[in-house]
Design a binder for this molecule. Structure first.
Ligand SMILES: *Cc1c(COP(=O)(O)O)cnc(C)c1O
Length: 423
């Protein structure tokens, strides 16, 4: 049963309610290893499901374009103050609808069409909004890229410096979607200073680890910080932009009226709830447990003979290169899903295959750690992955189903917020 309960919805739209119920059960029964996903708390779900969705609030607290902001203003201010306190920043904007529009606001604030910026190659773990040719950011601006070293699988700071010196970018992005190692913010800051570029840290994946003290903070190094709120930070789907006081006005103007209309107040409230949760000692313990679990999972996979990009992980994320396993990332991910283990196919650095049929899979431990799984369970997950991949190669559907049954048996012992099986 969903919690908060959805009796009205079940009554008025049973078809939809049934699909929500089925999705909740799926989340309950699977080992969810998609590195960008999590389970939000019931309090976050409650805030996101409130009447705050009824209100328009274009503008910022104290300067709105609609009346009736007596309670929306303090809610948004609360979210902002909590973000500033949690991350130790001078300015926060909690209005971006999601990570991608948050990043677009950064371009709008600091770049002119055609300007050059530097970011991590998409195929090496960057994000679409860091200048992919299919993204507006790649069509309207001029991206140049750094990559990871072929030998170490880690970001090659020499390549960052070399490209930065040669291209003199206006902006440098650090951060990405498939970086298993600690981001060296001081080294990026030094290069940005040398070439006169603005340093932007996109910490969408690792914001929760930073908040919990399990990854170094970009504050004091990156002038502008972009993050989603729904990955390791464990809030609702949304985003925040943070910066030094110097860039506050430019960022705020870029978000509204530059790109967006009214903020999603129910999301703002849920972000405020998540930020309060993230400031607790329990959350710091969670963040460290996420990293310990990822490390244990990576080690178990290495022991089973898997090729882990960069040899391991420092954060919540593990990137597997299946080149030597005789199976592509996509068929592996699909078979694993049937075996109750949910992850995504992913390119690996220097991937010989195409992005829609790449050689790797990406795993993360943010969600399973929220469920309460610990280092003792990680070798079991690795073992299931091995069995499922072998089964996929033999096209042995029965073996995949046996793994799925074992996965379900484990996961039903770990409650999830938001849903429980009806007794
Ligand atoms: C997830 C992510 C984004 C985009 O977030 P959406 O909410 O999916 O738009 C941007 N940058 C990085 C590094 C991300 O991991």
């Amino acid at each position: 049963m969903h919690s908060p309960a959805i009796p009205q919805l079940t009554e008025s739209d049973p078809q939809l309610a049934e699909l929500i119920e089925a999705e909740a059960r799926r989340q309950f029964e699977k080992v969810r290893l998609i590195a960008s996903e999590n389970y939000v708390s019931t309090a976050v779900l409650e805030a996101a499901g409130t009447v705050l969705t009824n209100k328009y609030a274009e503008g910022y607290a104290g300067k709105r374009y609609y009346e009736g902001q007596q309670f929306i203003d303090p809610i948004e201010r609360m979210a902002i103050e909590r973000a500033k306190a949690l991350f130790g920043v001078e300015h926060a904007n909690v209005q971006p609808y999601s990570g991608s529009p948050a990043n677009l606001a950064i371009y709008l604030a600091f770049m002119q069409p055609g300007d050059t910026f530097l970011s991590l190659e998409l195929a090496h773990g960057g994000h679409l909004t860091h200048g992919s040719p299919v993204s507006a950011t790649g069509k309207w601006f001029r991206p140049v890229h750094y990559g990871v070293s072929k030998e170490t699988g880690r970001i090659d700071m020499d390549s960052v410096r070399d490209v930065a010196r040669a291209e003199r970018p206006k902006m440098i992005f650090c951060g990405g979607t498939a970086i298993p190692r600690t981001i060296d913010f001081p080294a990026f800051a030094e290069i940005a200073r040398e070439v006169g570029a603005l340093l932007v840290a996109d910490v969408a994946h690792i914001a929760g680890l930073i908040a919990g003290g399990a990854h170094p903070s970009p504050v004091g190094y990156a002038e502008v910080i972009s993050t989603t709120t729904h990955k390791t930070l464990r809030g609702p789907r949304g985003a925040m932009l943070m910066s030094t006081a110097e860039h506050a006005v430019a960022l705020d103007k870029a978000v509204f009226p530059g790109l967006q209309g009214g903020p999603h107040n129910h999301t703002t409230a849920a972000i405020a709830v998540a930020l309060k949760e993230a400031a607790t000692p329990e959350f710091a313990a969670y963040a460290h447990a996420v990293v310990r679990n990822a490390d244990a999972l990576a080690r178990a996979l290495v022991e089973l003979g898997f090729d882990v990009v960069s040899g391991g992980t420092d954060n919540h994320l593990v990137l597997l290169d299946l080149t030597g396993q005789g199976i592509g990332g996509k068929p592996a991910a699909k078979a694993l899903d049937r075996a109750g283990i949910e992850l995504n196919f992913n390119t690996v650095p220097f991937d010989p295959r195409k992005p829609w049929d790449p050689s790797g899979v990406r795993l993360g431990t943010a969600a399973v750690t929220t469920r309460g799984l610990g280092v003792a369970e990680m070798p079991r997950i690795a073992g299931w992955m091995e069995r499922a991949i072998r089964a996929a190669q033999r096209e042995d559907e029965a073996a995949l189903e046996r793994v799925a049954a074992e996965v379900r048996e484990l996961m039903v012992g770990y409650p999830m917020p938001g849903w429980a099986p009806t007794p």
